[in-house]
Design a protein around this ligand. Sequence first.
Ligand code: BV8
Length: 243
Amino acid sequence: MSPATIAAIRGARHVAVLTGAGISAESGIPTFRDALTGWWARFRPEDLATPEAFQRDPDLVWRWYRERRLRLRDVMPNPGHYALAELARRVPSLTLVTQNVDGLHARAGSADVIELHGNLARVKCFDQGHPAPDFPDTDAVPRCALCGSPLRPDVVWFGELLPADALRRAQAAAGDCDVFLSVGTSNLVEPAASLPWIATRRGVTVMIVNPSATGQSSGPNIHHLAGPAGRVLPELLREAWPG
Ligand code: BV8
């Protein structure tokens, strides 16, 4: 990695990190842009991850999330998740913001993860948002014990607002950081996709960890660390803090 990249991360006061589905790819979780596999290949995520899809066919959407959640039992954080947990111990301040709903950052030891799009392990009811104690392992949509409305995963669907406090904290971190680290995101989904621009416009260093340059911005302060997060992030830490 370039001496400028190493110097920037070593000298950082506050690192803001935004992760997307790409950081979980090496844990075996397909990214959003990868076509859905098997029976689900006939759908696009944007067609299932909406309140309208749930109201149209609650059992279908519930089953999709139930399968995704059951699959989480067999996956583990990968070296990319662990490297970010280690980075938080190396710099004075680190804010970790994720678009992912898989909970893998917390399982890798990261604290105070800002989950912009919710968490697949949590369930709430559709009408009132009453939290449900657990994710009922049923094929048909279960009902809320308090109000009787259908239960749904506690994730942010397309067309739904992000949790206001999470978005505010993420935007504040992008506005305060001196290094912005974007890992495994295609920058397609708003308003998360605008976070790196807050940092770029301030002229701070932006590092992009992604095997692909597609959809990624470029410029004098933008360092593209090309490659899979599970290899690049541990490499970044080893070179910045050798031994
Ligand atoms: C909202 C939870 C107000 C559900 C998800 C402008 C402003 C505001 C809103 C909009 C706007 N324009 C459009 C909108 C509407 C919409 C939107 O952005 N649509 C897109 C499709 C254009 N946004 C919303 O609806 C948001 N709500 O803004 O409310 C509003 C409402 C209506 C109208 C106006 C305003 C809510 C968005 C949240 C949706 N929920 N997830 C679930 O999971 O089921 S988003 C979903 O996409 C996931 O969370 C995922 O993380 C996220 C983003 O995708 P990525 O993470 O980037 O993943 P992706 O697959 O795209 O890319 C993977 C990347 O990894 C690639 O670059 C690849 O190269 C790289 N990669 C692969 N392998 C590796 C790797 N990188 C590193 N290492 C590897 N090994």
